[in-house]
Every structure is written in C-alpha cells, then in structure tokens.
Design a protein around this ligand. Structure first.
Ligand code: ACO
Length: 427
C-alpha cells in the first residue's frame, strides 16, 4: 500500500501518480495532466471551496458530523464553562493556555488600549442617525489604519503585536460608540476597572451613575457568547481575512474586509435574520405554516443548516443553557417559545432531517441578545467583536506559513474571444 493516488487520463490513456498527504492531494500536482504539451494542465473546479483546503492550521478543530468544536485542542464546552474570553483569546492567539503572569500581562495590555483617538468621534458624527452599526464598525476599523501607519510593517513582530492588542482592545469601544450613535446618546469612555465584557456593557448602558456595575449574569453570558464566537476555522469571514492578508496590507484593512464578509445574512448576519423571522412568525400558531413555506422554498429557516456541521452545532447547545441564565435576569423572551417550536418541528420533519439541517450558533444567540436589550442591527457587531481574535490568529498563522502565496484562484473562461470592436452607431 502506498500513500498515492493513481489517475488514468482516459483522453490519453496516460497514468499519473500523485502523493497523498493528510488525506489531501495538491491541486498543483494535477497540472502535469495534459493532452498536449502546451496545454495549461488539469485544474479542479470548486465554487464556494466545498472541497478545497486552503491552508494547514493548528487553531480550530471541527468535526461537523460528530458536532465537535475545539480551540487549540480544548473542547468548546470546557472553555465556555471554565475559562473567560480574554484567556480563550490568548489561547487562540498563542496556542497554549497562559500562566498567571502571561494572563495578567495580556489582560493589562488589552485593558490599556481600549480608548479610541478623539478624531474617531468626528468620523462617527458624520454617519446618519440611522446608519447600520455594522457599516459604522467596518468603516471605523478600516479608518484605524490611518491612525497607526506603522501597522503596515507586518513583518515586524513588535508592530504586529501592538496592532493585535489594539484591535482586540478597541473593537468593543467601536461597537459601543456605534450603538450610542444610533441611540443619539453621548459616548461612554472605557472603564479600566471592569472586565472585557463588563466594560463593554458599561460603554453601552452607562448614563449618569459615577460607576457602572454590570449585572454578573449578563457579563458572564456575554463572555460565554464571545468565547463561542471567537474562531471557527476557514469560514467565509476568516477566508476573507486570509485572502486579504495574503496581499500583505495592514491588519485593520484585513479585519474590515473580514467583517464585511461576516455581515452577510448567510453568515454572521444570520442571527439578525433569525430575529426578524421569529418576529414575522409572531405566534406559535403560525409556525406550521412557516415551515410549509420553507419546504416550498419560499424562504429559508434562518439559524438552521451549516456548511460544516451536519449535526447539532455544539455552540447552539451551550447557548441554549446560557439563555436560561439570562432570562432569569431579564425575563423570558417570548420569541423563545416560537424558536423552540420551530426546532421541535424541524428536527422531526424529513425535509430537515434528510438534509441534516440542525440549529446553528445563530438560532438562539439573537434571542439572548434581544432579551439583553440589544437592537437587532447590533447582532452582527456582537459577532465581529470576538471573531476579531480568530481573524488575527489566522492572519498570524498565514504570515508565518511558508506554503502561503497571494490568493489568486483560477477560472474557467467560457466567454467570447478576439472579437472585432463595433462602433456604437453600428451596434
Ligand atoms: N432552510 C431551508 N433549507 C435549507 C437551509 C435552511 N436554513 N439550509 C440549507 N437548506 C437546504 C438547501 O436548500 C439544500 O437543499 P437541496 O439539496 O434540496 O437543494 C440543502 O439544504 C443543503 O444546503 P446548501 O445550501 O447546499 O448548504 P450550504 O453548505 O451551501 O449552506 C448555509 C450552508 C449557507 C449555512 C445554509 O444552511 C443557510 O443558508 N442557512 C441559513 C442561514 C444561516 O443560518 N446562516 C448561519 C450559518 S452559521 C454562521 O455563519 C455563523
């Protein structure tokens, strides 16, 4: 037995042997398969990267069939139960759990980089009163590159570290400012005495009180949600981060692009769509009719289905528990009953069962965020804050990987060739 693949090209009768490593063949090894010497060589056609590994990685492990998610080898449920977001952020960035000293230094650095340049407020003011907070978030993250021009020195480890700290520290401040702008409220500056999520809640909610004290259950719930969203290997947003990063711009520009990819309703915008869908359904009695519409392909059941998970998303299970803890403080969100009924019917219905469509992370996260008082438009922003850690970790891995090159897929050109230009008055 050998770790190779033997391919016979029936166009020519020639046989080729291609090495197999990690159950993968190199796409470039197919290029030697040609009919004529001057042919380009065989390519693979894979829209949406359904079966293409774009990188080797040691950050996040997913087994979609078994519903397993691990960061750096640690099961997500253990991290959600025993760790906190900043510790998980360190784990994802550096590959191992921090010692006490490492954790203290990391937490101190992030806590002391949360402020934004005052000019950012002027950029915020330029947005319309009803600007979508995700549009503001993406713009401000991109704008940060102009405040830190040294960020373009991506080969300098010290500069890279500085930008990583700045980004992780400042994204909650940007998110909170976007929220306060949309409410017409004054911006609240960061409070270094509070935790990462406690400070975020303070920047969102603080009014006239001298000192804001976050409700521990909500602070912890947000921390758990941030842990669950911190990384998810090569999803659409992360792939965008790597594609942009491969042309070697500063990390602010790359994170802004990744956040743009996250914004879409098929990805991080799905939790917003879930809430809109639940509000549209409105009552338990309308659930069967809605399921019928999904099966007639008139609409999607948002929050269901996943490219990788063909089983219950492990994050959805943890979020369901977190929901109960939040509702004890906030009162039960009436949309939860509609969601539970949708889940119950869908998990019994052959349309969903045969397609292995299960609730994903977004199915319940929106219900919690709404109960906590977040407007629906803030949901993708709440996803982007913790995912910034995953993006940066994947970016660092990309920069250190000698296999990586500028991302530049091929195409199968099917259009016309060498046409004669026809002047406009003769067309
Ligand atoms: N509602 C109804 N039908 C669905 C759904 C859904 N939510 N998701 C998939 N299907 C159907 C498809 O129509 C398809 O049916 P067919 O084979 O009869 O044509 C089958 O299930 C397979 O689905 P695909 O679209 O091929 O799966 P893909 O991997 O391309 O898409 C995706 C995955 C985009 C997540 C999809 O399930 C979807 O659109 N879900 C709703 C949006 C959503 O919740 N996104 C959040 C994902 S999690 C995240 O990004 C954090």
């Amino acid at each position: 037995m050998s770790d190779t693949l033997t391919i016979t090209d029936n166009r020519t009768g020639k046989t080729y042997e291609v090495p197999i490593t990690h159950d993968t063949i190199k796409a470039l090894d197919l290029r030697k398969i040609k009919v004529k010497d001057d042919d380009f060589g065989l390519m693979t056609y894979d829209p949406g990267f359904m079966n293409t590994a774009s990188t080797k990685s040691t950050i996040t492990y997913i087994d979609g069939d078994l519903g397993i998610l691990e960061y750096r080898g640690y099961p997500i449920a253990d991290l959600a139960e025993k760790s906190n977001f900043l510790e998980v952020a360190y784990l994802i960035m550096y590959g191992s759990l921090p010692t006490k000293d490492q954790y203290d230094k990391w937490a101190h650095e992030i806590t002391h980089h949360t402020f934004l340049h005052e000019n950012i407020k002027q950029i915020m003011h330029a947005f319309r009163y009803d600007a979508h907070p995700m549009g503001m978030f993406i713009s401000i993250v991109a704008a940060l590159s102009t405040f830190y021009p040294e960020a373009s020195q991506i080969d300098d480890p010290a500069s890279r570290h500085k930008q990583i700290i700045r980004l992780i520290a400042k994204v909650p401040t940007i998110a909170a400012f976007s929220y306060r702008h949309s409410r017409g409220l004054p911006y609240v500056y960061p409070d270094n005495d509070l935790s990462y999520t406690g400070n975020f809640l303070s920047m969102l909610d603080k009014m006239t009180q001298d000192k804001y004290t976050p409700k521990p259950a909500l602070e912890r719930a947000l921390d758990v949600l941030f842990i669950l969203h911190a990384d998810h290997e090569q999803n659409c947003g992360t792939a965008a981060m790597r594609v942009i990063g491969s042309s070697q711009p500063d990390p602010y520009s790359a994170v802004a692009g990744a956040a743009g990819a996250l914004y879409g309703p098929l990805h991080g915008g799905a939790n917003e769509q879930v809430l809109r869908m639940l509000m549209e359904i409105g009552s338990l009695s309308n659930v069967p009719d809605f399921i019928k519409r999904v099966k007639n392909r008139e609409t999607l059941l948002y929050g269901f289905g996943h490219r990788v998970y063909k089983n219950y998303d492990p994050r959805a299970r943890i979020i369901k528990q977190t929901a109960d803890e939040v509702f004890e403080v906030t009162g039960r969100n009436p949309l939860l009953d509609i969601a539970l009924e949708l889940e119950r019917i869908a998990l019994e219905d052959d349309f969903f069962v045969s397609r292995k469509l299960y609730p994903n992370v977004d199915f319940y996260s929106g219900i919690i965020y709404q109960a906590m008082g977040f407007p629906v438009a803030m949901f993708p922003v709440l996803f982007a804050i913790p995912r910034t850690v995953g993006w940066l970790s994947q970016w660092v891995e990309l920069l250190a990987d000698p296999d990586q090159k500028i991302a530049r897929p091929r195409q199968i050109y099917l259009g016309g060739r060498g046409l004669d230009y026809v002047p406009m008055d003769q067309r």
